[in-house]
Ligand binder design. Sequence first.
Ligand SMILES: *[C@@H]1O[C@H](CO)[C@@H](O)[C@H](O)[C@H]1NC(C)=O
Ligand SMILES: *[C@@H]1O[C@H](CO)[C@@H](O)[C@H](O)[C@H]1NC(C)=O
Ligand SMILES: *[C@@H]1O[C@H](CO)[C@@H](O)[C@H](O)[C@H]1NC(C)=O
Ligand SMILES: *[C@@H]1O[C@H](CO)[C@@H](O)[C@H](O)[C@H]1NC(C)=O
Ligand SMILES: *[C@@H]1O[C@H](CO)[C@@H](O)[C@H](O)[C@H]1NC(C)=O
Length: 321
Amino acid sequence: MNLFLGLLVVSLGLGVKAQDGYATSNGGTTGGAGGVTTTVSSAAAFQTAIKSDTPKTVYLKGPISLSSQASIGNNTSIIGVGNTGIITGGGLKISSKSNIIIRNLVVNKVVGNDALTIQRSSNIWVDHNEFYSDTDHGFDYYDGQVDITHACDWITVSYNYFHDHYKVRSLIGHNSDNAAEDTGKFHITYHHNHWNNIHTRTPAMRYARVHSYNNVFENVLSQGIHARTYAQVLVEGNVFVNTSEPVSTYGFVIPDDSPVDPEGDYEPDGFANLGAANDFGGGKNNITKAGNFTSVPYSYTLTPLANVKAYVVANSGVGKL
Ligand SMILES: *[C@@H]1O[C@H](CO)[C@@H](O)[C@H](O)[C@H]1NC(C)=O
Ligand SMILES: *[C@@H]1O[C@H](CO)[C@@H](O)[C@H](O)[C@H]1NC(C)=O
Ligand SMILES: *[C@@H]1O[C@H](CO)[C@@H](O)[C@H](O)[C@H]1NC(C)=O
Ligand SMILES: *[C@@H]1O[C@H](CO)[C@@H](O)[C@H](O)[C@H]1NC(C)=O
Ligand SMILES: *[C@@H]1O[C@H](CO)[C@@H](O)[C@H](O)[C@H]1NC(C)=O
């Protein structure tokens, strides 16, 4: 009997996929643990439910449609119910807040804004969500997918599915001249995420310390993982398929992605370290500077490289908690 229970606990434990990475630092990220739990199914109820700073778990039984970014308060968990946690338009915002968990949501087609904006905030776990738009509208019609700027810290982005987007995903670090605010910040872990049909920024980072492991990148047109302006990235156990430039530390920002110069801008280079073997799939890296960010303060288990693609494709996105 004891043996049976033990095995059951072990197998449940594996299925649950506990939080890990940098979100476990600085006291950890508990979200709404210990607070009230509500289930909402309208945009208005959702916006009201997520706003306060007191601990709460909000289950979203959507779909809902937002007309502006919905702001999330401190100590909040937002969890989609089954495959219904769908948010179209508007997007989500975390600004000067902490201790927030976002899981099992689909955020799509946020015109003129990020799907999720995180600024001046810490201890955030973004897990098992799907972010998508389309690539029919050019570079800036939709903004980023998960943009993390202005001195954020202690964040884990895991098991998300990012697809069909131009300027995907994360920009980390607001601007190249934001050193005073950003230096020493942005400890962020990305693991077991799946990117597909993306233009660039998977992620692009400035000043950050990013640990990127066991992610799958497919059909990334230009710069993939891009460390610029003194950012340091540790890249290991990732799989790249049809990705022209998997890892770059060269400070050049491609013209499409350049805020200033139509010919592209130059920022200072970043730094990259390659840890456990990656599969670059024939893509050509441009690693101009090796960094000194070669280990992280938390423990983690790498998925064997040969299993990464199948495992991540099967386990990222919604309905997989
Ligand atoms: C919410 O969190 C932020 C960031 O940690 C903090 O500055 C603010 O005081 C908190 N607000 C409340 C009401 O606890
Ligand atoms: C709520 O959040 C604030 C700011 O992050 C934090 O100081 C406080 O401990 C949290 N409260 C609970 C009950 O988690
Ligand atoms: C490779 O990716 C590009 C987008 O970056 C896409 O246009 C092209 O069709 C892909 N090639 C294959 C063989 O999938
Ligand atoms: C790689 O970086 C060097 C600078 O060290 C630059 O001259 C070169 O053009 C870059 N290559 C690509 C393909 O961007
Ligand atoms: C790591 O490299 C950065 C960038 O060159 C440098 O500022 C920092 O002092 C280095 N840290 C150590 C411990 O060598």
